[in-house]
Design a protein around this ligand. Sequence first.
Ligand code: ATP
Ligand code: MG
Length: 439
Amino acid sequence: MVTLADLQVTRLGECTVASPLASYVGGRATNQYYVGEDDRILFDDTVELVRARGLSLDEMPSFETGGPRADIFFDPATTRVGIVTCGGLCPGLNDVIRALVLELHEHYGVNDVTGFRNGYAGLVPELGLTPIQLTPEFVQTIHERGGTVLGTSRGAQDVEVIVDTLQRRRIDILFVIGGDGSMRGAHRIAQEALRRDAGIAVVGVPKTIDNDIPHIGQSFGFQTAYSRAAQSIKAAKIEAEAAINGVGLVKVMGRHAGFIACYSAIANHDADFVLIPEVPFSLDGENGLLAHVRRTIAAQGHAVIVVAEGAGQEHLPDADDHDASGNKRLADIGRLLRERIGDDFAARGEEALFRYFDPGYFIRSVPADPADSVYCARLAQTAVHAGMAGRTDLVVGRRRHRFVHVPIAYVTHRTHGVSPDGDLWLSVLESTSQPLDMV
Ligand code: ATP
Ligand code: MG
């Protein structure tokens, strides 16, 4: 059970420098934009949950609110900043880089911003990836393109070497934009910097196209991703409808969490079946997927299946294959479904006509849509405020429409997934012809 202590964010020290934001938010007397110490966001969101804790308000688990502080830790005149992007691509990475640089430059007057290239590899000098200077001119139009101008990488790097690099370059704040693995790395960097009393703040902007990091609200890029996935599902529907025994099969991202599959399926009500890692299904038997697909095609002439890449892994051999960061490579569920449904029709002397879509890399590499761009910009601004106020070992997120600080350790202790008992999965069932269970 979460406690207030779990949500306490580490501070490098007292904030004794007057924030330069005063000059454009109307002076320190007005104060309306500054975040106060007591302005905390409750962890629980229902009266029932609050009551069940039996705690006083001051003991209640709550998040530190993000936003500008009247007094900050770092002196902007001498502050040096580093930015790194790690892990897989996701819409909005360049928006975050851009907004970090612009916020630092225009509002805090911090001009020394280094972009480390290709993930944590860029902080390891012997790998020879020369960092770049990030200026407002450099970042001006980068958000118009997908990907990351800094590049990315996977694979383990030595945390001590990384902190050596930060100290040698006299970096005060490191912003890490990356996924769960990157955040585990950021936590270790923050802890090593604290151990050395190096005075370095490490602030994460969590990136997960799958939306599988807990406690941060929705992740940036997720909305763009499911909007694009919905376009593929639309195409699959049109193709399947036009064919005899047409099967539109769309494999979307979602290694552990089926959020993209669920949202993209609900968007247009084009899917008949949604398969996600959190909800097991049978292939065979009267209540298995194959029988349901057969019945759907008999009734309406075609079927559309949306499958998250991590769904149905129990039906596939365990390949015991891992990427450079140690993440397990998944077996191809799309291919298996195609084979099994095809065989099922063939066994009855019929033929199913497949339209197979795998839009994964296309989705990852597009620029963020305007809503995500706004979100990226605001997350980045929150991250800058946190770093300048000397907060470390945290990520920024958004809970109940408020930006918050969450300790990194608290977002990496588990993954976030679709609850089979929750209202999102119910909406999927309401938007498809899928039965409550297929086991
Ligand atoms: P995504 O899953 O969205 O692709 P990710 O950040 O999880 O993003 P990874 O390749 O798993 O991607 O990790 C990115 C970087 O973080 C890699 O350089 C990896 O070595 C490092 N990393 C991962 N886990 C840890 C860990 N436990 N401690 C230190 N570094 C880690
Ligand atoms: Mg990961």
